[in-house]
Design a protein around this ligand. Sequence first.
Ligand code: ACO
Length: 371
Amino acid sequence: MTSTRGLEGVVATQSSISSIIDDTLTYVGYNIDELADNASFEEVIYLLWHKRLPKMDELTELKQQLTANMSLPQEFLNHFKTYPIDKVHPMSALRSAVSLLGLYDDKSEDMSDEANYAKAINLQAKIATIVTAFARVRKGLEPVAPRADLGYAANFLYMLSGKEPEEIEIEAFDKALVLHADHELNASTFTARVCVATLSDMYSGVTSAIGALKGPLHGGANEQVMKMLSEIGSEENAEAYIQEKLANKEKIMGFGHRVYRQGDPRAKHLREMSKQLTKLRGEEKWYNMSIRVEAAFTAQKNLPPNVDFYSASVYHSLGIEHDLFTPIFAVSRVSGWIAHILEQYENNRLIRPRAEYTGPGMQKYIPIEDR
Ligand code: ACO
């Protein structure tokens, strides 16, 4: 029995949700470029969950279900205040809060299709409120209630800042949510599927996935990119910074990918958004610095930027705090996790691979007094 490090190249399941073929990403057969330019995040949620685009009345109904379920119970909000709030990373708070959400759902153990759909709506709706409410509570601010007249992206930005967002901000954020919604069998999606393949509930699957997304080799990279850009400080420092990191054999966050070779098709959309938004804010230095980092890095390593690289300057330009970047990734990706959880339930088999044993051969037990 031989193992493959990091399961590289292993095809672990069949799925009809998203595909990466020849560096092209599709959701249910629709090219991500077309979806990024045309679809709203709610349309993409519907597409991932139902494996077809919604009709107008279906989209309206989904939007209503999401806004109607965004509010969090007061006990839940009080719970945040019991966290050691100044020390907690928002991804850890989110992981705990999503787990807690399961405790407040009396159907959490009900595995019927109806109950699972209700859980899907509950999770997708409330994850936006959890992230924004936590971001406010930790600063001593009251959470802002969602508004029925705003869409998902607009509601997120509104609940975060308490101010009605500008149209360009809503458009950019909505596009970022579309781009992050699903990505074949990435580490967090695989985690979710492994969890629910034991026939565990959806809250457990999503909680596990959040834990996997948090790491800097996966979703946590976007926060690290902003940390790097802040350290670099100005455009002219970019080359020297990258040279030094590479000389020290350090990884540069936001570059490289297990699957893509020529490049991540999502990155070009985020690069363009970064260019526009940083210009609008009069903070072009973040975009210019990112371009210099990309040039310096790719001159040495043939590894193009991934989705996390330009999303950092996009979220920064939207005035979002840097440690909320990965929770925002989760707000979008939960749509994909749910689609995969539902697909796993439909045709389930326990996921239980083997390990290639590399420890000592058979040993004789030695009593503790003789060791
Ligand atoms: N910076 C510098 N070197 C890199 C980078 C990078 N970002 N990525 C890969 N390499 C190098 C490795 O050092 C390694 O070199 P070696 O063969 O000389 O030892 C080689 O490329 C292969 O790297 P692995 O880490 O083995 O590649 P793997 O497919 O396992 O990892 C990963 C992919 C985790 C994305 C990796 O490219 C990486 O760590 N990137 C930085 C973190 C990041 O941006 N993660 C987000 C990915 S996208 C997402 O999850 C949303």
